[in-house]
Design a protein around this ligand. Structure first.
Ligand SMILES: Cc1cc2nc3c(=O)[nH]c(=O)nc-3n(C[C@H](O)[C@H](O)[C@H](O)COP(=O)(O)O)c2cc1C
Length: 335
C-alpha cells in the first residue's frame, strides 16, 4: 500500500491548497532537525559533482516550496540531494490576492499565481544565520532563488536583485536568478538580451565569493531567444541553467480548469524536456531539469535529455516523499 497516495494525499487534498501547504511547512519546520537525524544513508553511486558542488544524489527540491527557508533541515531528512529556497525578493511582499494555487487532479497539474509572496531578504538572512548557529544546517547543497520585488520598476531590476544577492551571498551554495515567473508583471522581459546582459554582468561583478550563479528560464521561450540566453550564459560565465519554470500555455488542460497563472506538473513534462534537449545540444552548460517529473521514468527522460540534476515540485505534491527514492532506485538500476 502507498501510504502517501492512499491515506495522506486524499486527506491533504480536502483542504485549500495554500492552507495545506502552510500546515505542512509548519510541521516540517518543527520536525526538520529530527528528520535529518534519520535521513536515508546516501549511496555513493548517486553522487554527482556539478559546477564544483558535490550533490549526494541528483534529486532536489524545486524553488517555491520553501520560499522562506523555514524547513531546510527537513529536505535533507526526506532524502533530497539538494534544496533550493525562494524565490526571495529584496523587500518582503504579500503576493497576489487569494485563492492563488489551484489543483487539477485529472491532469496531475497545478496552476499558481502566488506572485513571490515572501519574507524579503533581510528576514530570510537572519533566519538562515540562526540556522547556521543552531548546528542544523544541512550537509546537502542549498540553492537560493532570487526574484524582483513587485514595487521595483523593471528598469531598476538589477539593483533589486543585487540587494538580495549581497544580503544572502554567504548563505547559498548556489544562486538562481529567476527571470521566468509568469506572476510578476514584466519579469519575463528580463530574459530579453539587453536586460539579461545587464543583470548577469552586474551580478557576476559583485559575486566576490565566486558562488555558482544560475538562470531559471521559462518554457514559453522561442528557440532564438534560448540561443541568445546561451550566448550570454557563456559570456558571463553563468554556472548553469534551470529549465523550466511554469508555463502560461494552458491548452493541454480542460478549458474549465484554466485560470490565470503558471501551469506545472504532467502537462509541462514534454515541453520542459524539449528545452533541456535543445540546451544540451547547443551548449555545455549544466542543466538542472524541472517540469513534470511525476515518476521515475520522467526523471530518467530528463537525464537522457542531458540534465545533470533534477528538481521536483508538483510531482512531490502528487506522489509524496517516496518519489525521491524511486528516482534514485531507477538511476541505480540503470547503472
Ligand atoms: C505553487 C508553486 C509555487 C512556485 N514558486 C516558485 C518560485 O517562487 N520560484 C521559482 O523559481 N519557481 C517557482 N515555482 C516553479 C517550480 O519551481 C517549477 O519550476 C515548476 O513548477 C515546474 O516543475 P513541476 O512541474 O515539477 O512543478 C512554483 C511552482 C508552484 C507549483
Amino acid at each position: 500500500m502507498n501510504l502517501y497516495k492512499e491515506v495522506i494525499r486524499p486527506f491533504l487534498f480536502l483542504g485549500d491548497p495554500e492552507k495545506v501547504h502552510h500546515l505542512a511547512m509548519d510541521a516540517l519546520a518543527l520536525t526538520g532537525p529530527l528528520l535529518r537525524r534519520f535521513a536515508p544513508k546516501p549511496d555513493p553511486r548517486l553522487e554527482r559533482t556539478v559546477f564544483g558542488l558535490r550533490f549526494p544524489n541528483p534529486v532536489g527540491l524545486a524553488a517555491g516550496f520553501d520560499k522562506n527557508g523555514v524547513a531546510l533541515p527537513a529536505w535533507e531528512g526526506l532524502g533530497f540531494g539538494f534544496a533550493e529556497i525562494g524565490t526571495i525578493t529584496a523587500r518582503s511582499q504579500p503576493g497576489n490576492p487569494k485563492p492563488r494555487i489551484f489543483r487539477i487532479p485529472q491532469s496531475r497539474a497545478l496552476i499558481n499565481r502566488l506572485g513571490f509572496n515572501n519574507d524579503g531578504c533581510d528576514l530570510v538572512a537572519s533566519r538562515l544565520q540562526r540556522l547556521k548557529e543552531s548546528g542544523h544546517w544541512p550537509t546537502v547543497p542549498v540553492g537560493i532563488n532570487l526574484g524582483k520585488s513587485k514595487v521595483t520598476p523593471l528598469a531598476e531590476a538589477t539593483a533589486d536583485y543585487l540587494l538580495s544577492f549581497e544580503r544572502l551571498q554567504h548563505f547559498g551554495d548556489y544562486f538562481v536568478l529567476n527571470v521566468s515567473s509568469p506572476n510578476t508583471p514584466g519579469l519575463r522581459n528580463l530574459q530579453d538580451r539587453a536586460a539579461l546582459d545587464e543583470l548577469l554582468g552586474h551580478v557576476q561583478r559583485r559575486n566576490t565569493s565566486g558562488r555558482p550563479v544560475l538562470v531559471k528560464i521559462a518554457p514559453d521561450l522561442q528557440w532564438e531567444a534560448i540561443e541568445e540566453i546561451l550566448a550570454l550564459v557563456e559570456e558571463h560565465k553563468i554556472a548553469g541553467i534551470i529549465a523550466t519554470n511554469t508555463t502560461i500555455d494552458h491548452t493541454s488542460i480542460p478549458e474549465a480548469q484554466r485560470t490565470q497563472g503558471g501551469l506545472s506538473g504532467a502537462p509541462l513534462q514534454a515541453r520542459s524536456t524539449e528545452i533541456i534537449r535543445f540546451i544540451t545540444k547547443h551548449s555545455k552548460v549544466p542543466v538542472i531539469a524541472v517540469g513534470g517529473i511525476m515518476n521515475a521514468d520522467a526523471a530518467l527522460e530528463k537525464f537522457d535529455a542531458g540534465a545533470a540534476l533534477v528538481q521536483l515540485y508538483t510531482g512531490y505534491i502528487y506522489e509524496g516523499p517516496g518519489l525521491i527514492g524511486k528516482i534514485c532506485q531507477a538511476l541505480l538500476q540503470r547503472g
